[in-house]
Design a protein. Structure first.
Length: 561
């Protein structure tokens, strides 16, 4: 089995790669950010690279280390170990010649895999150590295309005289669909009926991508299978239906929200994948810079008050709150949440699902939670004045309250609460910090390249003084883009990162709130005190090669200046 974290930490400290100052820097970083994992702190604080860590672990196993991202692997070699076995065992073959086969493993002591490859190839097998994330990424890159997999499942029926009259392997088709969407990091799967075919699209990194077409005759059977798994009525085709199903994958039991809606060509299904892995991020993983992280840490280290996360739907608000709750989740605290829906199970927390049928609303549920002796309360969303009033009073009476709001930036959260009839002096007394955010796609590291943009083009979309702050006053600015490759599905992007704006409620801001100042005045005061706007954060991430100008423009909707 793979090495436990304490063993890896001990190996790093004994390796001599880090001096005492570097080790202390990582440990201090872990304390400041309350990171639950010192290994992550070694990497995130910049004192240790992934390759250095891999080399240290490989040395313990007495095998070579391989950085798979730097290897050119042929498809026949990558498939020596079947995809499902490779994922389960965290192993992939990456080279083969007259001297034998080279296999990268996260656990080089796994004799079963080595024996299997030896029997299959009849050659000598050399074990290498590789990081788990690199193995998973490489497996995904070389997995058989979903279209080919589905076509093969249906192909045996093509020879029949009357196509699709027999029993189709729909169970396997749906299983493959869910499995592929999970490993492609999709948040949603759209199954859309068309006149002659059924189009299946995945929402990956916030953008829908066409991934598969199946014959129109198969569409209704896929929808029926999804209805069966979701306990929905299979004989109802003219009404909208909502349900939930669970897919048992190698990695986790995946909860999936299902929505079926009749459209002109038939029934459309949308599956929302509620993966626990998508919520296992720290705020640093999400892209929050050190000064903003310190403001948020100061806020959640207090035993009372309110932390608000704001932004439109799909901007990562709940993920940020979960990252905070993960830090706060200790046995000494009673964490209570009320959510609609409960998207991710937090071990040790008491989570309540809103249920309109039983009148368990946010407001009623929050009242009941206050009688449950909570330390920390998470309200999934403040939607009305009643919920806002109860949440504010909870924050006033010694509870730490976290919640989300739909506003465009941090400062407008304050008048939004006022619109809900919360008195400004109560807002000023309770709110500790407001986090506004958006999600931008990250440039794919495998096809990342530099290019020049004319300053005259950039300033059409961004204030000139802001551009000069990060790029200087030059006729051209250097930016990065992804050319498009197999790893990123020719999009130029893999994964997403947050753009943040963290408004700390200081004494000066409290005075402005109590004085009913409008959001523009509050925002300007916060900027004067050092608040970095989302636009600032976006341009900084463009300058450092994390994302592109187009992405920042897309999510912030900057007007011409």
């Amino acid at each position: 089995m793979a090495l436990p974290d304490p063993k890896i930490i001990d190996l790093v400290k004994r390796s001599g790669v880090l001096d005492a100052a570097a080790t202390k820097k990582a440990e201090d970083y872990a304390v400041e950010t309350r990171s639950p994992n010192l290994i992550n702190a070694f990497i995130e604080s910049g004192v240790l690279s992934e390759d250095q860590l891999g080399t240290i672990i490989a040395g313990y196993y007495n095998v070579p280390y391989v950085a798979l991202s730097k290897e050119s692997i042929t498809e026949d070699v990558a498939h020596i170990i079947p995809d499902k076995v490779a994922r389960r065992q965290k192993a992939i073959a990456f080279a083969r010649d007259a001297n034998g086969v080279k296999v990268a493993l996260n656990d080089p002591t796994n004799k079963a895999i080595i024996s299997m490859v030896t029997r299959k190839t009849g050659q000598k097998v050399t074990a290498y150590y590789a990081n788990e994330s690199e193995i998973e990424g490489t497996i995904q890159l070389y997995e058989k295309a979903l279209q080919r997999t589905i076509d093969e499942l249906l192909q045996e029926y093509v020879k029949q005289a009357t196509l699709y009259k027999g029993d189709l392997p729909i169970i396997k088709v749906v299983d493959e669909l869910v499995n592929a969407s999970y490993h492609d990091r999709a948040s949603d799967v759209h199954i859309e009926p068309e006149e002659k075919t059924s189009l299946i699209r995945f929402r990956i990194d916030g953008v829908l991508q066409d991934v598969l077409r199946v014959p129109r005759e198969v569409h209704d059977r896929i929808i029926s299978r999804i209805k069966v798994l979701s306990n929905l009525r299979t004989d109802e085709h003219l009404s909208a239906q909502d349900g939930k199903m669970t897919a048992r994958l190698e990695e986790e039991n995946l909860d999936i929200r299902v929505s079926i809606l009749p459209v002109t060509q038939g029934e459309k299904a949308v599956l929302r994948l509620l993966s626990g892995h998508s919520r296992e991020y720290t705020l640093t993983d999400l892209g929050m810079n050190a000064p903003d992280l310190q403001k948020v840490t100061n806020a959640f280290n207090r035993s009372f008050g309110m932390i608000l996360s704001t932004g439109p739907t799909g901007s990562g608000k709940t993920t940020s709150i979960y990252a905070i709750l993960k830090v706060l989740n200790t046995r000494e605290k009673n964490i209570m949440t009320i959510e609609d829906p409960v998207e991710y199970r937090i071990q040790g927390a008491n989570q309540v699902q809103v249920n309109a049928k039983t009148n368990l609303t946010f407001a009623n549920g929050l009242r009941s939670i206050l009688r449950q002796d909570p330390n920390v309360i998470f309200v999934g969303e403040i939607r009305d004045g009643e919920t806002a009033g109860i949440a504010v009073n909870a924050a006033l009476t010694g509870h730490l309250v976290l919640s989300t709001l739909h506003t465009n930036d941090a400062a407008t959260a304050i008048p939004r609460l006022s619109d809900m009839k919360v008195e400004p002096f109560l807002v000023a007394s309770t709110v500790n910090v407001i986090i506004a955010q958006r999600l931008v796609r990250q440039i794919c590291p495998s096809c990342k390249s530099e290019e020049k943009m004319a300053m005259s083009e950039v300033v059409k979309h961004f204030p000139k003084d802001l551009v000069e702050r990060y790029f200087g006053n030059t006729p051209e600015v250097t930016v990065h883009k992804g050319k498009g490759c197999k790893i990123c599905r020719q999009t130029g992007y893999t994964g997403r990162v947050g753009l943040f704006e963290v408004l700390e409620v200081t004494k000066e801001i409290r005075k402005l709130i109590s004085g009913r100042a409008d959001s523009d005045v509050i925002a300007q005061a916060a900027i004067a005190e050092g608040m970095k706007t989302m636009l600032d954060d976006g341009l900084e991430k463009v300058a450092s090669g994390v994302t592109t100008m187009e992405e920042v423009i897309r999510v912030t909707k900057v007007e011409s200046v």
